[in-house]
Design a protein around this ligand. Structure first.
Ligand code: NAP
Ligand code: ZN
Ligand code: ZN
Length: 347
């Protein structure tokens, strides 16, 4: 067993605190990774605070992991010791169902094995995440990461990156399309970068007026303050695609009304409460709401390779491990530009 240093939540109300636990030994198809950086996703807060139900404690969050391989199992074929790699939101799936066979493991019939807040498929190992100094993962769920990228800024690609890349690709976002990104946070700012890179005309829809300058710096062409009813009215029936990356409870209807004929509302944000949707807003303009969850391993590698080619990374604020509780409070207030990333050498 591998003694591992980490930060864990012991209950939904306790702050994260130092925690030592044992990783399982390296099996024949595993890679053993020394973690360098781990991004902080709003899903970490939702789960550490049990906002979705079913949380398992102690919980070591973290699913935007970048590190170096320090050892490999004897049957590993795709990776070498010393290589830079990444681990995202899933570490396993059934590998047999239709979706797993079609590179859509994130929609596995049996459900994915999450990187943390989950039990591995042996039925006993508690999966713990990247707020730790090392991790052991089957090579099939590990990504190659380019050393050309700033590794702290590449870590958020493993969740925020793929979660926005995948639905924008699925919706066929391309040159000339009008795309709106709702919520300029960790996911939202990556969505802006991708939609701009795909050639779309991009608008940021935000509740925070002070984010306008940053939205434009990220490449957005327009900024729409969603709390201003006059501005909202002027964008009625305007967009082809809206990507909703909001973490807080909100109503979908006011955004649906902004969609043009056949417009799509791509939902990735996962607030605690069920949102309200007016069927009248849906039938008008033949609009649709499409959910999307991270991306398969093949598409995640494709997204990373696209980022390495176009030098796309996240805007990050690197923090020491002991600043995590303050980082959570700042994220809830929307005070992050635009992803916190933990330097795990500070553990
Ligand atoms: P984040 O960095 O905290 O950003 C969330 C953004 O939501 C904020 O920056 C803010 O943007 C906006 N917002 C906050 N309160 C709002 C309100 N009351 N009304 C409207 N907008 C509000 O969070 P994140 O890490 O990007 O995650 C976003 C959501 O995606 C979370 O729910 C997370 O669990 C989910 N998620 C889903 C997947 C998936 O596979 N589908 C993967 C990862 C994360 P403005 O200040 O611009 O308004
Ligand atoms: Zn995430
Ligand atoms: Zn499956």
């Amino acid at each position: 067993m591998i003694s591992t240093k980490a930060y864990a939540a012991q209950s939904k109300t306790t702050p994260l605190a130092p925690f030592i636990f044992f990783r399982r030994n390296v099996k024949e198809s595993d890679v053993h990774i020394e973690i360098l950086f781990c991004g902080v996703c709003h899903s970490d807060i939702h789960q550490a605070r049990d906002e979705w139900g079913g949380a398992m404690y102690p919980m070591v969050p973290g699913h935007e992991i970048v590190g170096k391989i320090i050892s490999i199992g004897e049957k590993v074929t795709n990776f070498k010791i010393g290589e830079t790699v990444g681990v995202g939101v899933m570490i396993d799936s059934c590998r047999e169902c239709k979706n797993c066979k079609n590179d859509l493991e994130q929609y596995c019939d049996e459900g994915i094995t999450g990187t943390y807040n989950a039990i591995e498929r042996d039925g006993k190992t508690v999966a713990q995440g990247g707020y730790s100094n090392q991790i052991v993962v089957d090579e099939k769920y590990v990504l190659h990461i380019s050393d050309k990228l700033d590794l702290s800024a590449a870590a958020p690609l493993l969740c925020a990156g793929i979660t926005t890349y995948s639905p924008l690709r699925y919706a066929g976002v391309t040159k000339g399309m009008k795309v709106g990104v709702i919520g300029l946070g960790g996911l939202g700012h990556m969505a802006v970068k991708f939609a701009v890179a795909f050639g779309a005309e991009v608008t940021v829809l935000s509740t925070s007026p002070h984010k306008e300058t940053d939205a434009k710096k990220l490449g957005a062409h327009q900024f729409l303050l969603t709390t201003d009813e006059n501005q909202m009215a002027s964008y009625k029936r305007y967009f082809n695609v809206l990507l909703d990356a909001v973490s807080a409870n909100h109503n979908y209807t006011k955004y649906l009304d902004l969609l043009d004929i056949d417009g799509k509302l791509l939902v990735v944000g996962l607030p605690q409460e069920q949102p309200k949707v007016s069927p009248f807003s849906l039938i008008t303009n033949r609009r649709s709401i499409i959910g999307s969850m991270i991306g398969g391993i093949k598409e995640t590698q494709e997204m990373h390779d696209f980022c390495a080619l176009h030098n796309i990374v996240s805007e990050v604020e690197v923090i020491p491990m002991n600043a995590i509780n303050e980082a959570y409070e700042r994220m809830i207030k929307g005070d992050v530009k635009y992803r916190f990333v933990i330097d795990t050498s500070t553990l």
